[in-house]
Design a protein around this ligand. Structure first.
Ligand SMILES: [Mg+2]
Length: 376
């Protein structure tokens, strides 16, 4: 089995332009190939763009291991890589790198069996999946209003904001002043390091009818703190994009959150995602998969295909940027807030060089970092 990683920078252009234009153009694709066929997968590279750390896992472990062993089942490959790498921590960079490889193996398996991916994982129960518009951070309230208008016109009924904790309430007020009906969610990306600050925020924003508040607490995996907040909060709490192990997901569910948000490109790929869905259904927690709303559709297509098979996936995070139209043989089709995803995603390999990776320091001004770092 051959494994080939590709580093890319797919420009993240939105209209209106966002503050994250220069931080979300970091993508890592993987192609796996045997004598008969191939498949593609994607890793979600951390917002700081530490792409070489993922490449090192692939180059130093995945490539030599898969050139030697006869394993072809995606789940078995994932498990053996997890066992080889566990003392480096089966999360973050490790599980992220494994995700792309595991996903690509599903793509390969589908192509070799000449069936859709959905057939391999249980069969379609529907043809489309509901999505919501996940905004990047905007520098002006006017931009948020324009983005909201455009999203409503396209057919989205829910928008999610990534404004800073200090400015998001003004953004919500402005949206509510213009659009009464649109649903609004708030993604905070883990700013509040104590419960009181989180409670104060929830109290202030409650009257604007918020669908959920996402990752309010720092650190995101303090389940005790999370329990205390879910007990208090009249607004549903969502979390899970920074969770990796089944045990961690279980603890997170037990903390009383309303929505679980695993990311297929971070946790270890399709098979791990299916295990988490089983866990979620056992505990009756609702599932809203995370997908970084950048301009790269590859891992998103896998998530959406899972959504065709598993109706417990209520809605998937979706970008407001356009996907590049020369990098895939077919792209997901959007209609009235629903996506009809392409099957078995296939990258146009000869066009990858148009999206050559640009190495630079990328620090996402998530959370409350904007007050702690000076931009130059
Ligand atoms: Mg989020």
């Amino acid at each position: 089995m051959k494994v080939k990683p590709f580093s890319l920078s797919i420009p993240f252009n939105t209209n209106p332009p966002s503050d994250w234009k220069d931080t979300w153009d970091v993508q890592l694709y993987v192609k796996v190939e045997d004598e008969e066929d191939y498949g593609w997968g994607e890793t979600l590279v951390a917002g700081s763009g530490i792409i070489n750390s993922y490449l090192s896992i692939i180059n130093d472990i995945v490539i030599p291991v898969l050139s030697k062993v006869e394993l072809t089942e995606p789940t078995d490959v994932r498990t053996i890589l997890e066992k080889i790498l566990f003392s480096a921590g089966n999360c973050g960079v490790v599980s992220g790198a494994i995700s792309a490889v595991e996903m690509a193996l599903w793509g390969l398996k589908a192509r070799k069996s000449n069936v859709e991916l959905t057939r391999l994982i249980g069969g379609k129960v529907r043809d489309s999946v509901k999505v919501y518009a996940s905004f990047p951070r905007f520098g002006k309230i006017d931009y948020i209003i324009i983005a909201t208008r455009k999203s409503i016109e396209r057919g989205f009924d829910l928008v999610k904001l990534h404004q800073s904790p200090s400015s998001v309430i003004d953004a919500v007020k402005a949206i509510r002043g213009n659009y009464k009906e649109v649903k609004i969610a708030i993604d905070l990306n883990s700013p509040f390091d104590n419960l009181d600050k989180a409670k104060e925020f929830v109290d202030k924003v409650h009257k604007y009818e918020i669908e959920w508040v996402e990752e309010p607490l720092w650190p995101p995996n303090d389940y005790d703190l999370l329990s205390k907040l879910t007990e208090f909060s009249p607004i549903p709490i969502a979390a899970g994009e920074n969770e990796y192990s089944l045990y961690g997901f279980k603890k997170m569910i037990e903390s009383g959150i309303t929505y679980l948000q695993p990311d297929i490109a971070k946790i270890g790929g399709v098979s791990k995602f299916l295990e988490i869905l089983d866990l979620a259904s056992k505990h009756k927690v609702r599932v809203l998969p995370h997908d970084r709303p950048d301009a790269s559709p590859l891992s998103l297509i896998y998530t959406l295909n899972l959504g065709l098979v598993k109706s417990q996936i209520e809605m998937v995070e979706y970008t407001i940027a356009d996907f590049p139209n020369d990098l895939f043989y077919s792209l997901p089709k959007f209609k009235d807030g629903y996506i009809y995803p392409s099957e078995n995603p296939e990258v146009i390999e000869e066009n990858i060089e148009k999206y050559g990776y640009k190495n630079r320091l990328r620090i996402l001004h998530f959370s409350d970092l904007e007050s702690k770092l000076t931009r130059k």
